[in-house]
Design a protein around this ligand. Structure first.
Ligand SMILES: NC(=O)c1ccc[n+]([C@@H]2O[C@H](COP(=O)([O-])OP(=O)(O)OC[C@H]3O[C@@H](n4cnc5c(N)ncnc54)[C@H](OP(=O)(O)O)[C@@H]3O)[C@@H](O)[C@H]2O)c1
Length: 216
């Protein structure tokens, strides 16, 4: 499969490397085609990896990943060209975090709205699935945590797209919990803050935890 990753941060790098390790061709996009983080990632990841602009990555992938600064999602998507997302599964790993008052951050968008919903509204032709936003990048692929596998909570409007993303998550080492349509992003993005607040409740902060739904 061809995977397009929009984002050169820790999430883009981790997910891009994971898809390449599973044999997929991965293009990482940035604002600038000469983005140093993307070029370093390409070198480290090997022949399955390539780099380009956000538009190059969006045009390349059959499946796309949004891993941009949450409050800049629309700006990145505008640069990528909304028409390039039509009919494609878009995994939205973002959180609209506001660091203006320091850490822990708050949500810049919350209540009756969310980054996930904004992404879906901005790209009406895309099949947006919120996933990977409730764990740190270090554990997105093969988390290997004691008591696992942990569960990834996902949501989105398209049932087939969620099946596709569910398959990817299981291959990455996750259980999957589908919590409904894209409007459930309101709660999954808030869950990210629960994950962050737990990290800061430990001294020193620790980042090696993930959620699991227990069922009977
Ligand atoms: N870090 C984690 O462990 C983690 C875990 C779960 C979810 N998340 C969420 O996943 C997303 C990515 O996180 P991250 O830590 O990997 O990276 P990040 O630093 O939050 O975002 C980096 C990406 O955002 C792009 N960007 C920044 N400002 C922009 C602007 N004004 N316009 C367009 N694009 C802009 C950058 O573009 P360039 O490449 O051109 O610089 C880069 O590709 C975030 O929404 C974050 O909340 C993060």
């Amino acid at each position: 499969m061809k995977i397009g990753i929009l984002g050169t941060g820790d999430v883009g790098k981790a997910l891009g490397k994971a898809f390449a390790a599973l044999g997929h061709d991965v293009k990482m996009g940035a604002r600038d085609v000469k983005n140093e983080k993307a070029l370093a990632w390409e070198k480290e990841t090997g022949p399955k990896a390539s780099v380009g602009t956000f538009a190059d990555a969006a045009g390349f992938g059959d499946i796309l990943v949004l891993a941009t600064l949450g409050v800049a999602n629309e700006s990145a998507l505008e640069m990528a060209g909304p028409e390039r997302f039509r009919g494609k599964v878009l995994i939205d790993a973002t959180n609209p975090l506001d660091f203006s008052k320091g850490v822990p951050p708050t949500l810049a968008v919350s209540g009756n709205d969310s980054a996930g919903e904004r992404v879906q509204k901005f790209l009406p032709g895309a099949l947006v699935v919120k996933a990977f936003n409730t764990v740190g990048s270090a554990h997105m692929f093969r988390p290997g945590l004691p008591g696992g596998p942990p569960d990834m909570f996902i949501c989105g409007n398209d049932v087939e797209a969620k099946k596709t993303v569910g398959g990817i998550l299981r291959e990455f080492g996750w259980g999957v919990v589908d919590v409904g349509g894209i409007e459930s992003s309101r709660y999954l993005e808030a869950m990210c803050l629960v994950w962050v607040l737990f990290a800061f409740s430990t001294t020193p902060p620790t980042w090696n935890h993930a959620f699991k739904m227990l069922r009977k």
